[in-house]
Design a protein around this ligand. Structure first.
Ligand SMILES: CC(C)(COP(=O)(O)OP(=O)(O)OC[C@H]1O[C@@H](n2cnc3c(N)ncnc32)[C@H](O)[C@@H]1OP(=O)(O)O)[C@@H](O)C(=O)NCCC(=O)NCCS
Length: 183
């Protein structure tokens, strides 16, 4: 069980639709979101949680605060994210990763609680619930704690310099076989 400054955190299913504001507050601190972006993300999260197989896990401190969360779903080539990344993956012969894959849509840990194994615990636990044999995700295409964590979990680059219309910086798409390795 990973720790937080206030004691051990519990990783458990999260009703993300009901707790979207707490989750976005964590994301805002971890990833840097402005007020406008938070409003847009709120709509997106609510829509995502209606998609087949979408699920979330939260890491909660002993005093009931959300220290981090992850959510994802079985990938669907018709989803917006897949339609953006598909040509980049296809150009490298990697687009089969869009099938039979569990996509990690968001993973964020509040800065006060980072580097204590919570991110690893969240992504490992949610992918353990997946029926799919592999997992894909996108991360900003620069060295970061996120990219390092994903690599240690077996994620490798499937495409780089991927441009999302809404993003100012390019992303890398990464994929890993499941289950993810234990620490
Ligand atoms: C990416 C992110 C979710 C990782 O969460 P985290 O809880 O800090 O991750 P972990 O603690 O499991 O692992 C991160 C690092 O802490 C180290 N660590 C884990 N437990 C530790 C402990 N008890 N003591 C010291 N270091 C520890 C890990 O080895 C890892 O080290 P590294 O970065 O040098 O490789 C978090 O940094 C974050 O929210 N970042 C901003 C948002 C973001 O980029 N999200 C991903 C979008 S794609």
């Amino acid at each position: 069980m990973p720790n937080s400054p206030s004691g051990p955190v519990m990783v458990a299913p999260l009703d993300l639709s009901a707790r979207v504001d707490e989750a976005l507050a964590v994301q805002a601190e971890a990833f840097g979101l402005g007020e406008d972006e938070i409003m847009v993300r709120r709509q997106i999260v609510q829509r995502h949680m209606t998609m087949p197989g979408a699920r979330a896990l939260g890491a909660t401190t002993p005093d009931g605060r959300l220290a981090g969360f992850v959510y994802g779903m079985p990938n669907d080539r018709a989803h917006w994210w897949s339609t953006v990344v598909e040509p980049y993956l296809r150009a490298l012969g990697n687009d089969d990763w869009l099938d039979d894959s569990f996509v990690i849509t968001e993973l964020h840990v509040h800065p006060l609680h980072q580097k204590q194994g919570i991110g690893r615990a969240l992504i490992t636990a949610i992918t353990d619930t997946a029926a799919e044999p592999r997992s894909i995700l996108s991360a900003i295409d620069q060295e970061s704690p996120a990219r390092r964590l994903y690599r240690t979990l077996g994620y490798t680059d499937l495409a780089r310099r991927v441009h999302f219309p809404s993003a100012a910086v390019p992303y890398a798409v990464m994929g890993a076989p499941l289950p993810l390795p234990r620490g």
